[in-house]
Design a protein around this ligand. Structure first.
Ligand SMILES: C[S@@+](CC[C@H](N)C(=O)[O-])C[C@H]1O[C@@H](n2cnc3c(N)ncnc32)[C@H](O)[C@@H]1O
Length: 280
């Protein structure tokens, strides 16, 4: 049954069209949270919408109603919580587990396919740097898909995200493959300069400010950078490619675009994009 249909007779008929048709569910069959944006027109019916969601999906124990956009360096939102105030859940994707409290750290299940796309490019013996690593889903996806990876190094600023990353690496039994660092990429990447075959940069709003660190981490013999950026629909890739080209020039390196992709919609006519770029 659709959320809208389940609210018939509970909220006024003329308000039903405002009930969102999409929402996100994170968690397991035992316990999950739903994340939803409720329009102004339904402000007085938030509790009713939350109850309907919990009735519709018996595993949903908490409903997180968005109160803000993602903000600041940590890319967190504010939520109004309905139902269970303990919003920590265990989410499964592509054969690995992610423990997460979405009120404390960034995590998007919608990016699971993108994580697999990156993980499937990693070759045996590689050293991979994941900047802005959050609760470590990229690193875990990589280490699971390519068990012969040498090391995956993660750097994350948010201490809550870092704590979940430590737990996630432990529950997926990947302690020997993944190095987790709680700190700023600007500082912490320095000790890996010249040591990486691949750098993943999943911070679309601002990854370009860390291209110095990315180019510096890549080995002298070359490597690959996965660069994320926001872009308007009418010109998806030019800005991102220009940023990469001009940084490559500064470092006297040649680059070759291996792939360019729309990853997910961010706002109307704005996309999260990824450029896979070989550094020679
Ligand atoms: C868009 S989230 C992506 C998280 C994770 N890679 C994922 O896909 O779930 C970006 C992350 O970058 C972290 N971050 C932002 N600026 C940072 C910096 N200067 N150094 C390290 N981490 C940073 C934020 O705390 C946030 O967790």
């Amino acid at each position: 049954m659709k959320l809208r249909d389940s609210l018939k007779g509970i909220i006024p008929e003329e308000k039903l069209s405002y009930v969102p048709s999409s929402y996100e569910i994170i968690g397991s069959r035992q316990k999950a949270v739903a994340i939803i944006e409720i329009p102004e027109e339904l402000t007085e019916f938030k509790q009713a919408v939350a109850n309907a969601l919990m009735n519709l999906h018996k595993n949903v124990k908490s409903v997180l109603v968005k109160k803000s956009e993602r903000k600041g360096e940590l890319r967190l939102r504010e939520f109004e919580v309905f139902g269970d105030k303990n919003t920590e859940v265990l989410h499964k994707e592509h054969g690995y587990l992610v423990k997460i409290d979405p009120t404390k750290a960034y995590f998007s299940p919608r990016e699971a396919t993108e994580r697999q796309r990156i993980a499937s490019q990693v070759r045996p013996g590689e050293t991979v740097m994941v900047m802005f690593s959050g609760v470590a889903p990229y690193a875990i996806a990589i280490a699971k898909k390519q068990p012969k990876v040498k090391k995956v190094i993660c750097i994350e600023l948010n201490e809550h995200a870092h704590k979940y990353a430590v737990e996630n690496v432990r529950i997926n039994k990947l302690e020997d493959k993944i190095i987790l660092i709680n700190g700023d990429v600007r500082e912490e990447s320095k000790r890996f300069f010249g040591m990486c075959d691949r750098v993943v940069m999943p911070l679309p709003k601002g990854a370009y400010k860390f291209l110095d660190e990315a180019f510096s981490c890549i080995k002298e013999k070359g490597g690959v950078i996965h660069f994320y950026h926001w872009a308007p629909e009418e010109d998806l890739f030019s800005e991102a490619i220009d940023l990469l080209k001009s940084k490559a020039k500064e470092y006297s390196r040649k680059i070759k675009v291996l792939d360019k992709r729309k990853v997910l919609p961010y706002a109307p006519r704005v996309w999260k994009v990824c450029i896979d770029c070989k550094v020679e």
